[in-house]
Design a protein around this ligand. Structure first.
Ligand SMILES: [Ca+2]
Ligand SMILES: [Ca+2]
Ligand SMILES: [Ca+2]
Length: 215
């Protein structure tokens, strides 16, 4: 009798996984440009395979160039510019996706601060769940995230275990804004993905064991 009850519960777990089988991030590597994403502002010149790092030109001196940025996955990545030398002061990139609580959101990000104090161009990565909002990365947004002039924070992976969402969906937003409308900074993004929770994989394996035991 106990075995029957266990199997029913596990079967329910499988149904949840199956319902979300086609969920997750669409075009998270930006190989299809911005297909699947909502975007605004200075994203017109991106994604591109390489972008020259931005460093400020100061009175009487020029900071050394820091080379180029390239993708971490595939041939393209998303680049959000704070001005791109045109008359807009920021850019946003966002996507709503479905996933299971406990799944892990992962992405690669860099921040190329191309200005200097007190013009602190700011950027952040934000996850919203209907009732709550958490920033997964912050650059020049407050005292705790303030960068030195011209700083380049290189590509690094961010991982975040998804909490419950009151809407059943998650809203992920990448955003950059310019402090004074000149000397652009760049927020780079690549390889955005959802990794199924380890518990989900274990559950599938357990279900297989139970089926075998019943035979
Ligand atoms: Ca890519
Ligand atoms: Ca820089
Ligand atoms: Ca600026």
């Amino acid at each position: 009798m106990h075995h029957t009850i266990n199997l029913l519960i596990i079967a329910g777990g499988i149904a949840v996984v199956a319902a979300n089988a086609q969920a997750g991030i669409a075009n998270g590597g930006f190989e299809l440009g911005f297909t699947g994403w909502a975007y605004a502002g200075n994203t017109g010149s991106s994604p591109t395979s390489t972008i020259i790092a931005r460093d400020p030109i100061r009175m009487g001196q020029q900071a050394p160039l820091s080379g180029q940025w390239g993708p971490t996955e595939g041939d393209r990545f998303a680049a959000l510019w704070s001005t791109d030398s045109i008359d807009q002061r920021g850019a946003t990139l966002s996507q709503r996706f479905a996933a299971n609580p406990g799944d892990v959101l992962e992405f690669m990000v860099f921040y190329d601060y191309g200005d200097f104090a007190p013009s602190a161009d700011g950027a952040f990565v934000r996850l919203e769940t209907g009732t709550a909002s958490v920033d997964l990365a912050r650059f020049n947004m407050d005292a705790g995230s303030m960068l030195a002039d011209d700083t380049n924070v290189g590509w690094h992976r961010v991982s975040h275990v998804l909490p419950m969402s009151s809407t059943g969906f998650y809203d992920l937003t990448f955003s950059i804004s310019d402090s004074d409308g000149t000397f652009e900074s760049i927020l780079g993004v690549d390889d955005v993905r959802i990794v199924p929770a380890p518990g989900t994989i274990a559950l599938l394996g357990l279900a297989g064991l139970v089926v075998r035991r019943r035979r």
